[in-house]
Design a protein around this ligand. Sequence first.
Ligand SMILES: Nc1ncnc2c1ncn2[C@@H]1O[C@H](COP(=O)(O)OP(=O)(O)OP(=O)(O)O)[C@@H](O)[C@H]1O
Length: 374
Amino acid sequence: MPIASFYIQRDIMKLDKVQITQFRNLTSVSFSPSPSLTVIVGANGSGKSSLIEALYYLGFGRSFRTNKHSAVIQNEKDNFSVFASCKDELGEALKLGFQRNRNDSFTCSINGEHSNKLSDLVSLVPLQLFTPQSTDLIIGSPSERRRFCDWGLFHVEHDFQTLANQYTKFLKHRNALLKQQASLTAPQNTYWEEKFAELGESLTSIRVSYIDKLTPLFKVYAEEFLPNFNVELSYYKGWEKDVSLSESLVKKREYDGKIGHTSSGPHKADLRLKVNGVNAQELLSRGQLRMAVAALQMSQTKLFNSATQRKSIFLLDDVGAELDADKREQFIDGLLKMDTQVFVTAIESSQLAFIQKYNEKKMFHVEHGSVKEE
Ligand SMILES: Nc1ncnc2c1ncn2[C@@H]1O[C@H](COP(=O)(O)OP(=O)(O)OP(=O)(O)O)[C@@H](O)[C@H]1O
């Protein structure tokens, strides 16, 4: 039986012990985070972001800083590993692990059972990240925003990943036909386009219904974080309005043939954010863009909680950068109110003076790759 189906009901709640080995400058680190707020403080280069990056591997199987897995493996070592123990919703212990080797192979483990299917692990660890670079969600390419929606769908809709994988397979096949300049209307090829259109429409309807649920939640957070702006979220499905995907594909066949790939479909979709009627990046300051990202992520957290009855994990790296004290507090307050397990890094604890008010917190100090509880 595949591990994922065995563990399908075994949703994790909170990480209660973390062990990181040979990850950047973290040779061997072990700590027990708070189920609520964990604060990690340390000087530049001490290893704070590395610790966040290692946790991120449990939720995504990759880094948010580099595409080269070998860059995070400690110099002169052959692999790194991250282990975490947590309780599932029945209160039973669950042990999760991820190991990546220099030869690029990796292993996920769930209660000692090994798997090389990443989704087995990451489906158990609903995790979001906020860093100073998170403004890419708004100013970056549409793929960033599709990834954002798809994170929610992956964790909320059981069939989403299978559908998305099938769609990608048919997209690749249609693109291959276009590159070979094959006739898409030839009897042996029509199946591919028809099926591609059908999958594309299904993927779109699942995304549209997700965005419909997200939008009212986002409105509430946007009013809180960007009170002086009129913020609107809309979804571009990836082809022209008022026609079906199949009609759009027919219309663009010649054009697609020239460019050698498919120009219509949910792989071209986008989530658009307008502020006072113009694109958000044209009007908002960097700090305000970050607040818009925070509002998007908070609404995603809220939707995740209500759709699954589960709680998620939130990593906030370098929270002092370009978020003023009030906004930091508002952000962390909001996440903790939703019973999210929050990890925050800062260079100095004075950047987080407001955390005194939280009872259930733990503070750690990172120095030259070692972590001590304060
Ligand atoms: N593969 C590696 N092996 C060993 N050390 C590494 C590796 N990659 C990076 N480092 C070192 O790990 C240290 C920790 O970096 P990290 O980015 O975690 O620091 P940080 O505490 O977040 O600092 P800042 O506040 O400047 O962002 C750095 O000194 C870096 O040079």
